[in-house]
Design a protein around this ligand. Structure first.
Ligand SMILES: [Zn+2]
Length: 415
């Protein structure tokens, strides 16, 4: 299918990463930074040049477009989604992408800051990329493969569909979102306008990986009310909320249930912020587990720890507030097993080894899944994301393009 196709993903990618699209965690506007639209406008123009008539950018920074169906069959409408913004963790300004052709397995020092060295010892995946063409940044900025790789791959897949009408598919929706990196990627998305039944985000790592699970997440706020008096006359009266907060933190388990001591499918209880004065102290926690029931167990455990500490301070009181953050998208995806099944099949047809993964975090896909668009995450090839050492293989990007095309073809076949 792809023998004679000249892939355009890497060429597009090299252009897109040079446009600064960093999102802004401190902004209350939507998009959080206007410059994200600089790339989105170009994407709309390029889609229109391919003949995608309805491609457009809305005021909130979302790009919507449709590749029309070319089959008589009634096929569910698919959406392929990627985010245009880059993470605030490292500069995204004046990115200079460098193409390292036919990688030989050596360490790669980045020219604009030679202390930045990509070492196989640190990134074992580089071993698998020997013989590939690798793209890096120049040492002073991130690269932006997260998620301009996904953007470029969806654009190239669109080009493939347009130039290969013999590949039959239903309506395909394209969605490019802003602000994913600051947790606002789905805030203003219009799923009704999008009109898709099932989605795939392209925002993952190594070739062949597929993520259908995220954490389920709650936050807990513990507010401790002490008893305040003049410190000079406080004997047997004062109860210092800060000291109680200290006791609570000291009573948390260390060897387990912490981010720093858990991995894979283990959850945790994680204090993220302490705030207060002697009279009143607040501890913010995040609670994570892959099983939503597991959240409840961890919250009950945390409550028991707080109650145990409070027994030593009978005059003090506390509040315990649980807020739902997001849920494991597998709960939704399991109701539509073909979404993940067809992605697995597509990865196989692309000649890749399937690698199922669970995300120890949330994604736009998990939010979209619960908003009504079941949406696992496909590999895009991103490596060492959010850092100056970010890199990506051109061949991995092309495999992502193939996987997109196969997914659409499989849905048509099986409809
Ligand atoms: Zn991303």
């Amino acid at each position: 299918m792809f023998e004679n196709y000249s892939f355009t993903a890497s060429e597009r990618f090299m252009r897109y990463v040079q446009i600064d699209t960093q999102s802004d965690p401190l902004s209350n506007t939507q998009p959080t930074s206007e410059k994200q639209k600089d790339l989105s406008k170009i994407l709309v123009e390029e889609l229109k040049a391919m003949g995608i008539a309805d491609a457009h950018l809305d005021e909130f920074g979302y790009v919507y477009a449709t590749i029309p169906s070319n089959t008589n069959k009634n096929v569910p409408v698919l959406c392929f989604c990627a985010h245009v913004d880059t993470a605030p963790d490292a500069s995204g300004k004046n990115v200079k992408p460098i193409l390292h052709k036919t990688y030989q397995g050596q360490d790669i020092a980045l020219p604009d800051d030679t202390t930045q060295v990509l070492r196989k010892a640190d990134f074992p995946y580089m071993e698998k990329l020997i013989g590939h063409d690798i793209i890096t940044a120049s040492g002073k900025t991130l690269l932006g493969s997260d998620d301009k790789a996904g953007v470029a791959e969806i654009m190239d897949a669109t080009n493939y569909f347009i130039t290969h009408p013999e590949i039959k598919h239903g309506d395909i929706k394209i969605l490019f979102t802003p602000d994913e990196e600051v947790g606002k990627g789905t805030v203003k998305v219009d799923l009704k306008k999008l009109g898709a039944d099932f989605g795939y985000t392209l925002d993952g790592g190594e070739a062949g990986s597929l993520e259908d699970e995220t954490f389920s997440a709650d936050s807990v706020q513990v507010i401790i009310h002490g008893v305040i008096t003049h410190p000079g006359y406080a004997k047997d009266k004062m109860v210092n909320a800060l000291k109680i907060a200290g006791d609570v933190l000291a009573s948390l388990p260390r060897a387990e249930l912490s981010p720093e001591t858990t991995e894979a499918r283990q959850g945790f209880i994680h204090p993220t912020r302490v705030d207060g004065i002697a009279e009143k102290a607040t501890i913010d926690f995040i609670i994570r587990d892959f099983v939503t029931d597991g959240l409840k167990k961890k919250e009950d455990f945390l409550l028991s720890v707080v109650e145990m500490v409070m027994e030593n301070y009978p005059k003090a009181s506390f509040e315990f507030k649980v807020t739902e953050q997001y849920r494991n998208m597998k709960e939704v995806l399991d109701q539509h097993p073909q979404v993940v099944e067809y992605a697995k099949e597509a990865i196989n047809r692309s000649g890749l080894q399937l690698k199922m993964e669970s995300i120890r975090g949330g994604t736009d896909g998990s939010r979209l899944s619960f908003m009504g668009l079941p949406c696992p995450n496909l590999f895009a090839g991103e490596q060492a994301i959010h850092s100056k050492l970010e890199f990506i293989s051109v061949q991995d990007m092309n495999k992502a393009v193939e996987t997109i095309v196969h997914i659409a073809a499989i849905w048509e076949e099986k409809s």
